[in-house]
Ligand binder design. Structure first.
Ligand code: RIB
Ligand code: CA
Length: 305
């Protein structure tokens, strides 16, 4: 069983499609602010579940960072967090969501064997869990997180969005001793999608394909509009690290989170010197062709379903 924590953008949706396409069962999905304010994220989750027939439960998590800020990439993704070339997710009135903290802790308490968490947004919900229920740490086999970046950022020149949106949460999780596997920007940049993938999806003869192609197209446009030939697959690369870990090389690292830098707040500093005591596994290499195939096959499967 896997628990997914997400700020439900398009790449989150595709990551969840990949987990549902694998043999892994999803115990629950906790929502967190990030790609958009939590209210929009709830609407995205309801729309995606309606479109894709997801039956696993959603729970409401943090609507702001540990210190109270609500940072979103609205200047890139628009107010909903999921831009489109035309068609949008169905507007499904989201049902009232019960507490993600209660649901996640109950799930962990009931486990006979430790469970895995796939974290695809700011780490606020995971940090709250680590602080409030350290006794449940042995019930978590691994947290695989899409976030951070050892070189250039995407939300700022030096910080990746999920880290920048709640740097204190990252610092708390790094200090907690939770077994953390980091899928950072540089690893995700090894795996790209482009216009040809949008065309291939558009060509699928199914009622869902045009909408999914409009969402994938708008995701690829993020790169095309900046003069780049393809767009990194962020959350899908993290999902692939969970469903196909043998497609990756991870190495131990001492990761610290910059909290105070005027220009570097939210930056992950990665130390792999011999004297550095590791606190995480850092993704170094991905089999890009395999990860792309896992993502695109899951997308095509969802389109044809
Ligand atoms: O920086 C990329 C990350 O921020 C992805 O998880 C994306 O969905 C957003 O949450
Ligand atoms: Ca995300």
């Amino acid at each position: 069983m896997v628990w997914i924590d997400t700020d439900m953008g398009f790449d989150d949706m595709l990551a969840i499609m990949m987990v549902t396409a694998s043999s892994r069962d999803i115990a629950g999905v906790s929502l967190v602010f990030g790609n958009a304010p939590l209210e929009e994220v709830r609407g995205n989750a309801a729309g995606a579940a309606g479109l894709l027939g997801w039956r696993f439960p959603f729970f409401g998590g943090a609507d702001a960072a540990i210190l109270g800020s609500v940072e979103t990439p609205a200047h890139v993704l628009g107010p909903t967090g999921i831009p489109t070339r035309g068609k949008s997710l169905p507007k499904v009135p989201p049902a009232p969501l019960s507490s993600a903290f209660v649901a996640l802790t109950s799930w962990l308490e009931g486990l006979d064997a430790p469970g895995e968490i796939l974290a695809l947004g700011p780490l606020t919900n995971i940090a709250i869990l680590a602080l409030a229920r350290p006794d449940l740490k042995p019930k978590i086999s691994r947290v695989t997180w899409m976030g951070g970046g050892a070189t250039r950022g995407n939300h700022t020149a030096s910080a990746e969005f999920n880290a920048y949106a709640d740097p204190e949460a990252v610092a708390i999780v790094l200090a907690s001793g939770l077994p953390l596997r980091v899928v950072d920007l540089d690893l995700c940049r090894q795996v790209q999608v482009g216009p040809e993938d949008v065309d291939a999806l558009q060509a699928v003869a199914s009622p869902k394909a045009p909408l999914l192609a409009d969402l994938l197209g708008a995701y690829v446009d993020i790169a095309l509009h900046r003069g780049r030939p393809g767009m990194a697959l962020y959350d899908p690369t993290a999902a692939a690290a969970l469903v196909a870990p043998d497609a990756f090389v991870f190495e131990p690292a001492r990761v610290t989170m910059e909290l105070a830098g005027t220009h570097t707040r939210g930056r992950t500093v990665v130390d792999q010197r011999p004297q550095a005591a590791p606190n995480a596994e850092w993704g170094m290499k991905a089999d890009a062709a395999r990860v792309r195939a896992l993502a695109l096959d899951a997308l095509m499967e969802a389109a044809r379903a």
